[in-house]
Design a protein around this ligand. Structure first.
Ligand code: ZN
Length: 366
Protein backbone atom coordinates (compact mmCIF):
# COMPACT_ATOMS: atom_id res chain seq x y z
CA UNK A 1 0.00 0.00 0.00
CA UNK A 2 2.99 2.33 0.34
CA UNK A 3 4.10 1.78 -3.25
CA UNK A 4 3.30 5.37 -4.17
CA UNK A 5 5.84 6.63 -1.66
CA UNK A 6 8.73 4.67 -3.17
CA UNK A 7 11.26 6.21 -5.50
CA UNK A 8 11.52 5.08 -9.12
CA UNK A 9 14.68 3.13 -8.32
CA UNK A 10 13.12 1.39 -5.35
CA UNK A 11 10.11 0.59 -7.52
CA UNK A 12 12.37 -0.99 -10.15
CA UNK A 13 13.89 -3.29 -7.56
CA UNK A 14 10.53 -4.66 -6.41
CA UNK A 15 9.48 -8.20 -7.14
CA UNK A 16 6.42 -8.40 -9.34
CA UNK A 17 4.06 -10.09 -6.88
CA UNK A 18 4.10 -7.03 -4.60
CA UNK A 19 2.94 -4.88 -7.51
CA UNK A 20 0.29 -7.47 -8.37
CA UNK A 21 -1.04 -7.38 -4.83
CA UNK A 22 -1.19 -3.60 -4.94
CA UNK A 23 -3.14 -3.69 -8.18
CA UNK A 24 -5.69 -6.11 -6.84
CA UNK A 25 -5.89 -4.85 -3.32
CA UNK A 26 -8.20 -2.00 -2.40
CA UNK A 27 -9.86 -1.67 -5.80
CA UNK A 28 -13.45 -1.11 -4.82
CA UNK A 29 -16.15 -1.23 -7.47
CA UNK A 30 -19.87 -1.42 -6.94
CA UNK A 31 -20.97 -5.00 -6.94
CA UNK A 32 -24.37 -5.51 -8.54
CA UNK A 33 -26.18 -8.69 -7.83
CA UNK A 34 -29.39 -8.54 -9.82
CA UNK A 35 -30.11 -12.26 -9.48
CA UNK A 36 -29.99 -12.14 -5.70
CA UNK A 37 -33.19 -13.70 -4.26
CA UNK A 38 -33.65 -10.56 -2.12
CA UNK A 39 -34.27 -8.58 -5.32
CA UNK A 40 -36.79 -10.89 -6.97
CA UNK A 41 -40.19 -9.15 -7.35
CA UNK A 42 -42.84 -10.75 -5.17
CA UNK A 43 -40.26 -12.17 -2.80
CA UNK A 44 -38.63 -8.97 -1.61
CA UNK A 45 -38.82 -7.69 1.96
CA UNK A 46 -40.82 -4.71 0.64
CA UNK A 47 -43.36 -7.16 -0.81
CA UNK A 48 -43.66 -9.64 2.06
CA UNK A 49 -42.90 -7.60 5.18
CA UNK A 50 -44.04 -4.11 4.20
CA UNK A 51 -45.74 -3.57 7.58
CA UNK A 52 -42.61 -4.47 9.53
CA UNK A 53 -40.57 -1.38 8.69
CA UNK A 54 -41.28 2.35 8.62
CA UNK A 55 -39.61 5.73 8.21
CA UNK A 56 -40.25 8.88 10.20
CA UNK A 57 -38.92 12.04 8.65
CA UNK A 58 -38.19 15.05 10.77
CA UNK A 59 -40.64 17.82 10.10
CA UNK A 60 -39.02 21.00 8.86
CA UNK A 61 -42.22 23.00 8.40
CA UNK A 62 -42.50 24.86 11.66
CA UNK A 63 -40.91 25.30 15.06
CA UNK A 64 -43.80 23.55 16.77
CA UNK A 65 -43.62 20.44 14.55
CA UNK A 66 -39.84 20.46 15.03
CA UNK A 67 -40.40 20.44 18.79
CA UNK A 68 -42.97 17.66 18.57
CA UNK A 69 -40.47 15.53 16.60
CA UNK A 70 -37.92 16.06 19.36
CA UNK A 71 -40.54 15.08 21.95
CA UNK A 72 -41.27 11.88 20.03
CA UNK A 73 -37.57 11.05 20.01
CA UNK A 74 -37.49 11.66 23.78
CA UNK A 75 -40.43 9.25 24.19
CA UNK A 76 -38.58 6.63 22.13
CA UNK A 77 -35.53 7.03 24.35
CA UNK A 78 -37.61 6.63 27.52
CA UNK A 79 -39.39 3.56 26.11
CA UNK A 80 -36.11 1.97 25.10
CA UNK A 81 -34.68 2.40 28.57
CA UNK A 82 -37.73 0.73 30.15
CA UNK A 83 -38.75 -2.00 27.68
CA UNK A 84 -36.60 -5.07 27.45
CA UNK A 85 -37.42 -5.88 23.82
CA UNK A 86 -36.38 -2.48 22.42
CA UNK A 87 -33.05 -1.61 20.87
CA UNK A 88 -32.37 2.04 20.15
CA UNK A 89 -29.49 2.64 17.74
CA UNK A 90 -28.09 6.10 17.04
CA UNK A 91 -25.80 6.44 14.04
CA UNK A 92 -23.64 9.27 12.82
CA UNK A 93 -20.64 9.80 10.55
CA UNK A 94 -18.23 12.66 10.09
CA UNK A 95 -15.50 13.32 7.56
CA UNK A 96 -12.18 14.90 8.48
CA UNK A 97 -8.96 14.84 6.42
CA UNK A 98 -10.67 12.46 4.00
CA UNK A 99 -11.12 9.96 6.84
CA UNK A 100 -14.75 9.07 7.48
CA UNK A 101 -15.49 8.01 11.00
CA UNK A 102 -18.78 6.29 11.71
CA UNK A 103 -20.08 5.46 15.11
CA UNK A 104 -23.18 3.66 16.40
CA UNK A 105 -24.43 3.75 19.97
CA UNK A 106 -26.71 0.82 20.80
CA UNK A 107 -29.01 1.29 23.79
CA UNK A 108 -30.63 -1.88 25.10
CA UNK A 109 -32.65 -2.13 28.32
CA UNK A 110 -30.55 -2.84 31.42
CA UNK A 111 -27.32 -3.11 29.48
CA UNK A 112 -24.41 -0.74 29.08
CA UNK A 113 -24.44 1.27 25.87
CA UNK A 114 -22.54 -0.57 23.15
CA UNK A 115 -20.44 1.73 21.00
CA UNK A 116 -19.07 0.60 17.66
CA UNK A 117 -16.57 2.65 15.73
CA UNK A 118 -15.30 2.22 12.20
CA UNK A 119 -13.22 4.43 9.98
CA UNK A 120 -12.35 4.38 6.31
CA UNK A 121 -10.57 6.62 3.84
CA UNK A 122 -12.07 8.10 0.66
CA UNK A 123 -15.66 7.02 1.15
CA UNK A 124 -18.78 9.18 1.38
CA UNK A 125 -20.61 9.60 4.67
CA UNK A 126 -23.63 7.83 3.07
CA UNK A 127 -21.57 4.72 2.38
CA UNK A 128 -20.23 4.89 5.93
CA UNK A 129 -23.65 5.27 7.53
CA UNK A 130 -25.00 2.42 5.44
CA UNK A 131 -22.23 0.19 6.74
CA UNK A 132 -22.91 1.35 10.31
CA UNK A 133 -26.60 0.41 9.88
CA UNK A 134 -25.59 -3.03 8.66
CA UNK A 135 -23.24 -3.65 11.60
CA UNK A 136 -25.75 -2.43 14.19
CA UNK A 137 -28.64 -4.50 12.82
CA UNK A 138 -26.36 -7.51 12.74
CA UNK A 139 -25.36 -7.02 16.37
CA UNK A 140 -28.90 -6.52 17.64
CA UNK A 141 -30.45 -9.36 15.63
CA UNK A 142 -27.81 -11.84 16.76
CA UNK A 143 -28.72 -11.27 20.40
CA UNK A 144 -32.23 -12.73 19.76
CA UNK A 145 -33.61 -10.57 22.60
CA UNK A 146 -34.92 -7.66 20.60
CA UNK A 147 -38.20 -7.42 18.79
CA UNK A 148 -38.26 -3.70 18.07
CA UNK A 149 -35.26 -2.00 16.46
CA UNK A 150 -35.26 1.79 16.26
CA UNK A 151 -32.53 3.44 14.23
CA UNK A 152 -32.01 7.18 14.57
CA UNK A 153 -29.96 8.72 11.79
CA UNK A 154 -29.47 12.20 10.35
CA UNK A 155 -29.76 11.13 6.71
CA UNK A 156 -32.90 9.03 6.36
CA UNK A 157 -32.41 8.75 2.58
CA UNK A 158 -29.48 6.42 3.33
CA UNK A 159 -31.78 4.10 5.28
CA UNK A 160 -34.40 4.22 2.50
CA UNK A 161 -31.74 3.11 0.01
CA UNK A 162 -31.71 -0.22 1.81
CA UNK A 163 -35.19 -1.05 0.50
CA UNK A 164 -34.54 0.34 -2.99
CA UNK A 165 -34.65 -2.66 -5.38
CA UNK A 166 -33.08 -0.78 -8.31
CA UNK A 167 -29.38 -1.06 -9.14
CA UNK A 168 -27.30 1.20 -6.93
CA UNK A 169 -23.76 1.14 -5.65
CA UNK A 170 -24.81 0.01 -2.16
CA UNK A 171 -26.86 -2.91 -3.48
CA UNK A 172 -24.49 -5.63 -2.33
CA UNK A 173 -24.68 -4.34 1.23
CA UNK A 174 -28.43 -3.80 1.09
CA UNK A 175 -29.11 -7.41 0.04
CA UNK A 176 -27.09 -8.61 3.05
CA UNK A 177 -29.03 -6.35 5.41
CA UNK A 178 -32.34 -7.41 3.85
CA UNK A 179 -31.64 -11.12 4.26
CA UNK A 180 -30.81 -10.48 7.91
CA UNK A 181 -33.99 -8.47 8.37
CA UNK A 182 -36.00 -11.19 6.64
CA UNK A 183 -34.80 -13.68 9.23
CA UNK A 184 -35.59 -11.21 12.00
CA UNK A 185 -39.14 -10.59 10.71
CA UNK A 186 -39.69 -14.33 10.22
CA UNK A 187 -39.07 -15.05 13.90
CA UNK A 188 -42.10 -13.13 15.00
CA UNK A 189 -44.93 -11.04 13.63
CA UNK A 190 -44.11 -8.53 16.34
CA UNK A 191 -40.58 -7.88 15.10
CA UNK A 192 -40.21 -4.47 13.50
CA UNK A 193 -37.62 -1.91 12.52
CA UNK A 194 -38.22 1.84 12.50
CA UNK A 195 -36.01 4.55 11.10
CA UNK A 196 -36.18 8.00 12.63
CA UNK A 197 -34.59 11.03 11.10
CA UNK A 198 -32.73 13.34 13.46
CA UNK A 199 -30.89 16.24 11.81
CA UNK A 200 -27.57 17.12 13.48
CA UNK A 201 -28.74 20.70 13.95
CA UNK A 202 -31.59 19.50 16.18
CA UNK A 203 -28.96 18.79 18.86
CA UNK A 204 -31.05 15.96 20.30
CA UNK A 205 -29.02 14.77 23.29
CA UNK A 206 -28.48 11.13 22.25
CA UNK A 207 -27.58 12.08 18.68
CA UNK A 208 -25.36 14.87 19.97
CA UNK A 209 -23.46 12.30 22.07
CA UNK A 210 -22.67 10.21 18.96
CA UNK A 211 -21.93 13.31 16.93
CA UNK A 212 -19.39 14.60 19.45
CA UNK A 213 -17.82 11.12 19.61
CA UNK A 214 -17.28 11.18 15.85
CA UNK A 215 -15.67 14.60 16.11
CA UNK A 216 -13.42 13.76 19.03
CA UNK A 217 -11.17 11.53 16.94
CA UNK A 218 -8.49 12.98 14.77
CA UNK A 219 -7.36 10.28 12.42
CA UNK A 220 -4.97 10.92 9.58
CA UNK A 221 -4.62 8.54 6.63
CA UNK A 222 -1.19 6.97 6.87
CA UNK A 223 -1.17 4.97 3.67
CA UNK A 224 -2.14 5.84 0.13
CA UNK A 225 -5.71 4.71 -0.51
CA UNK A 226 -7.78 4.22 -3.59
CA UNK A 227 -11.21 5.77 -3.89
CA UNK A 228 -14.53 4.07 -3.30
CA UNK A 229 -17.05 4.21 -6.12
CA UNK A 230 -19.51 6.73 -4.69
CA UNK A 231 -16.66 8.85 -3.39
CA UNK A 232 -15.18 9.03 -6.91
CA UNK A 233 -18.58 10.07 -8.29
CA UNK A 234 -18.88 12.72 -5.59
CA UNK A 235 -15.41 14.10 -6.41
CA UNK A 236 -16.36 14.24 -10.09
CA UNK A 237 -19.63 16.09 -9.48
CA UNK A 238 -17.93 18.48 -7.02
CA UNK A 239 -15.40 19.32 -9.74
CA UNK A 240 -18.18 19.94 -12.27
CA UNK A 241 -20.05 22.25 -9.88
CA UNK A 242 -16.85 24.14 -9.10
CA UNK A 243 -16.21 24.71 -12.79
CA UNK A 244 -19.84 25.89 -13.24
CA UNK A 245 -19.37 28.33 -10.37
CA UNK A 246 -16.09 29.60 -11.75
CA UNK A 247 -17.48 30.23 -15.22
CA UNK A 248 -20.58 31.79 -13.64
CA UNK A 249 -18.49 34.20 -11.60
CA UNK A 250 -16.59 35.28 -14.72
CA UNK A 251 -19.06 37.99 -15.73
CA UNK A 252 -18.21 37.88 -19.44
CA UNK A 253 -19.93 34.48 -19.64
CA UNK A 254 -23.20 35.49 -18.03
CA UNK A 255 -23.25 39.07 -19.38
CA UNK A 256 -22.90 42.15 -17.24
CA UNK A 257 -26.65 42.68 -17.16
CA UNK A 258 -27.26 39.50 -15.17
CA UNK A 259 -29.26 40.33 -12.04
CA UNK A 260 -27.39 39.08 -8.97
CA UNK A 261 -29.81 37.74 -6.36
CA UNK A 262 -29.15 36.50 -2.86
CA UNK A 263 -30.75 33.73 -0.81
CA UNK A 264 -32.30 34.04 2.65
CA UNK A 265 -28.82 33.87 4.21
CA UNK A 266 -27.74 36.85 2.10
CA UNK A 267 -25.43 34.69 -0.02
CA UNK A 268 -25.29 35.31 -3.78
CA UNK A 269 -27.02 32.55 -5.76
CA UNK A 270 -24.67 30.18 -7.51
CA UNK A 271 -25.38 27.33 -9.92
CA UNK A 272 -25.82 23.84 -8.53
CA UNK A 273 -27.65 20.76 -9.79
CA UNK A 274 -29.36 20.12 -6.43
CA UNK A 275 -33.16 20.27 -6.70
CA UNK A 276 -32.98 22.05 -10.05
CA UNK A 277 -30.72 24.85 -8.80
CA UNK A 278 -31.64 27.92 -6.70
CA UNK A 279 -33.47 29.84 -9.48
CA UNK A 280 -35.78 27.08 -10.71
CA UNK A 281 -36.52 26.12 -7.11
CA UNK A 282 -37.96 29.60 -6.63
CA UNK A 283 -39.96 30.04 -9.85
CA UNK A 284 -39.82 26.79 -11.86
CA UNK A 285 -43.35 25.83 -10.76
CA UNK A 286 -45.03 28.39 -13.04
CA UNK A 287 -44.27 28.89 -16.74
CA UNK A 288 -45.42 32.52 -16.85
CA UNK A 289 -43.54 33.43 -13.69
CA UNK A 290 -40.48 31.62 -15.00
CA UNK A 291 -40.48 33.57 -18.28
CA UNK A 292 -40.93 36.95 -16.58
CA UNK A 293 -38.26 36.15 -13.98
CA UNK A 294 -35.85 35.03 -16.72
CA UNK A 295 -36.49 38.23 -18.69
CA UNK A 296 -35.85 40.32 -15.59
CA UNK A 297 -32.71 38.43 -14.54
CA UNK A 298 -31.11 38.55 -18.00
CA UNK A 299 -32.51 42.06 -18.70
CA UNK A 300 -33.80 40.67 -21.98
CA UNK A 301 -37.28 42.10 -21.48
CA UNK A 302 -39.86 44.27 -23.28
CA UNK A 303 -38.76 47.43 -21.45
CA UNK A 304 -37.27 50.79 -22.44
CA UNK A 305 -33.72 49.85 -21.41
CA UNK A 306 -33.78 47.00 -23.96
CA UNK A 307 -35.34 49.15 -26.72
CA UNK A 308 -32.66 51.78 -26.11
CA UNK A 309 -30.05 49.16 -26.93
CA UNK A 310 -31.63 47.54 -29.99
CA UNK A 311 -34.48 49.76 -31.30
CA UNK A 312 -33.25 53.31 -30.98
CA UNK A 313 -36.19 54.78 -32.88
CA UNK A 314 -38.71 53.43 -30.40
CA UNK A 315 -39.79 55.14 -27.21
CA UNK A 316 -37.72 54.09 -24.21
CA UNK A 317 -39.16 56.30 -21.50
CA UNK A 318 -41.23 54.85 -18.70
CA UNK A 319 -45.02 55.09 -19.21
CA UNK A 320 -45.27 56.40 -15.63
CA UNK A 321 -43.91 59.66 -17.04
CA UNK A 322 -41.46 60.17 -14.18
CA UNK A 323 -38.39 58.52 -15.60
CA UNK A 324 -36.63 59.10 -18.90
CA UNK A 325 -35.51 55.46 -19.28
CA UNK A 326 -37.69 52.55 -18.28
CA UNK A 327 -34.83 50.56 -16.75
CA UNK A 328 -35.00 47.29 -14.83
CA UNK A 329 -33.69 49.07 -11.75
CA UNK A 330 -36.51 51.65 -12.04
CA UNK A 331 -39.19 48.95 -12.45
CA UNK A 332 -37.94 46.91 -9.51
CA UNK A 333 -37.37 49.77 -7.10
CA UNK A 334 -39.12 53.00 -8.01
CA UNK A 335 -41.83 52.83 -10.65
CA UNK A 336 -45.25 53.72 -9.26
CA UNK A 337 -46.95 51.47 -11.85
CA UNK A 338 -45.64 48.43 -9.95
CA UNK A 339 -46.37 49.23 -6.36
CA UNK A 340 -48.61 46.30 -5.44
CA UNK A 341 -45.85 44.93 -3.28
CA UNK A 342 -43.06 46.85 -1.68
CA UNK A 343 -39.92 45.64 0.00
CA UNK A 344 -36.57 47.36 -0.34
CA UNK A 345 -34.75 44.01 -0.54
CA UNK A 346 -35.43 43.20 -4.22
CA UNK A 347 -32.00 41.56 -4.43
CA UNK A 348 -33.32 38.65 -2.37
CA UNK A 349 -34.82 35.97 -4.61
CA UNK A 350 -37.83 35.49 -2.31
CA UNK A 351 -38.78 39.20 -2.43
CA UNK A 352 -37.96 39.43 -6.14
CA UNK A 353 -40.42 36.59 -6.84
CA UNK A 354 -43.00 38.12 -4.51
CA UNK A 355 -42.70 41.37 -6.48
CA UNK A 356 -43.29 39.52 -9.78
CA UNK A 357 -46.24 37.60 -8.34
CA UNK A 358 -47.90 40.78 -7.07
CA UNK A 359 -47.19 42.81 -10.21
CA UNK A 360 -48.32 40.55 -13.04
CA UNK A 361 -47.58 43.14 -15.73
CA UNK A 362 -43.95 43.63 -14.73
CA UNK A 363 -41.64 42.26 -17.46
CA UNK A 364 -44.59 40.94 -19.45
CA UNK A 365 -45.54 41.74 -23.07
CA UNK A 366 -49.06 42.75 -22.12
ZN1 ZN B 1 -41.97 54.21 -14.18
Amino acid sequence: MSLNTLSKRQHGLLKSYIVDIDNRFNEVFPAFDLLNPELQPGNRVIDTFSNHFSFHSFSRCSDSSFKSCLQQLDTLAIESSSLSFNALIIIDASVKNNVTLFIAHIHVFNKPVVKTLHHAVNITSSEAEFFAIRCSINQVVLSHETSRIIIVIDSIHVAKKMFDPSSHSLQKQSTLILSELREFFNWSDMNTIKFWECPSKSNWYLHKAVNSDTKSFNLAPLLPNKFFWDFSKKLESDNIINSWKMSFQASDLKERNFLELVNSDNITLEPTYCKGGPWLQAFGHSNSLCTRATRAITNHAPIGEYRLKFFLKEDFSCPCGLYSIESRQHILHKCKRFNKYWNPRRDSIAYFIQFLECNLLAFSFV
